[in-house]
Design a protein. Structure first.
Length: 346
């Protein structure tokens, strides 16, 4: 080593410019790389946050499913109560049944089956499904405590309708499954005839008549008021249309109402069980996904902490390099003076 080198070593002055520049470049490169990785980790964490929000929504759905389970249990109790009432009714009717009565019961069963067939596919509305009380009332239907199965008759004989006028006969129907039968006889001129149903919920429906002149009021169409309208639009201004009508309203039997109640309860139970099964499958899948995401979150958090530690270490190295460069710059004039002294010695 030359004497100059020994003096530089003694004074702590080394030619570190190139080495310091190279170290700073490597430090900056590592810093940029780690910063990029940190951005990627942050983006991944944002994605995990979004998935956690989705998981929170699914937890709300789980709570709704639990409420549906409660309604399901109440429906099961309603079905059990209905079955017990039917068994008690059968036990109370301990009478000898004649062949004629047996045939009548068979016909009544067929009619009850026909009247309640639509209840097999009963589906409550979303509004009803959200409220247990509404759902129970919709399934149970009207109360049988004061139910009257007496038939109603509405008749008019040789009724006159002036030209340009309309005769309206309102018929009140309180129960789904009611059968409305009617006959109309004209005494003179032709007249217009139509039936309109005004539902209590505000809806209006035109009734399509069959050739049998018998109308079955389906589920969801009662209670309502049926308007039978006879219009005199064909005769001259001075002539009347004369007609006769007979309308018979037969409400469903108690057995029919009970059968419809059981079928609506069964249809609702099947619907709720299907929805619960579907939601349970979603919950199982979601739970597995949440566990997986929690593991990824922990892993990413550890990586992020590791990267942050590296960044802090690199920043400390960078600061140390800057301090070393500052010391070197301060010592350079002293180095020049030493060289001057060496030259004088030479």
């Amino acid at each position: 080593m030359t004497e100059l080198g020994q003096l530089e070593a003694e004074f702590g002055i080394q030619e570190t410019d190139d080495d310091d520049t190279e170290s700073s470049a490597r430090t900056k490169e590592k810093f940029d790389s780690i910063e990029k990785e940190q951005l990627e980790v942050s983006a991944r964490l944002e994605e995990l946050q979004r998935l956690e929000d989705i998981s929170r929504v699914e937890e709300v759905q789980l709570q709704q499913n639990e409420e549906a389970s409660t309604r399901l249990e109440e429906l099961q109790r309603l079905e059990d109560i209905s079955r017990v009432e039917e068994e008690q009714s059968q036990q109370n009717e301990e009478v000898v049944i004649s062949p004629e009565q047996n045939n009548f019961d068979t016909e009544a069963e067929k009619q009850a089956d026909m009247l309640t067939k639509s209840d097999l596919s009963y589906q409550p509305s979303d509004k009803v499904m959200e409220n247990t009380s509404l759902l129970m009332n919709d399934i149970a239907g009207l109360s049988l405590t004061s139910y009257d199965v007496k038939e109603g008759y509405f008749t008019g004989r040789d009724v006159g309708v002036d030209a340009g006028k309309t005769l309206s006969v309102p018929i009140r129907v309180s129960t789904p499954g009611t059968i409305v039968e009617f006959t109309v006889e004209k005494k003179s001129y032709d007249f217009g005839f139509g039936i309109t149903a005004f539902l209590d919920n505000g809806q209006v429906a035109k009734v399509k008549r069959s050739n049998t002149e018998k109308i079955l009021i389906p589920a969801g169409s009662a209670p309502c008021t049926m308007q039978f309208k006879f219009e005199n639009n064909y005769s001259s201004l001075l002539e009347k249309v004369r007609l006769s009508y007979k309308i018979k309203v037969t409400p469903p039997s108690v057995e029919t109402i009970r059968l419809g109640r059981r079928r609506r309860a069964e249809a609702t139970l099947n619907l709720l069980e299907s929805k619960l099964l579907s939601q349970r499958q979603i919950i199982v899948t979601t739970s597995a996904k949440v566990i997986e995401l929690e593991g990824e979150t922990t892993e990413l958090q550890n990586k992020m902490n590791e990267k942050i530690g590296k960044i802090e270490s690199l920043r400390a190295d960078e600061e140390r390099f800057r301090e070393m460069l500052g010391v070197t710059e301060q010592q350079r004039p002293k180095n020049n003076n030493n060289n001057k002294y060496l030259n004088e010695l030479d």
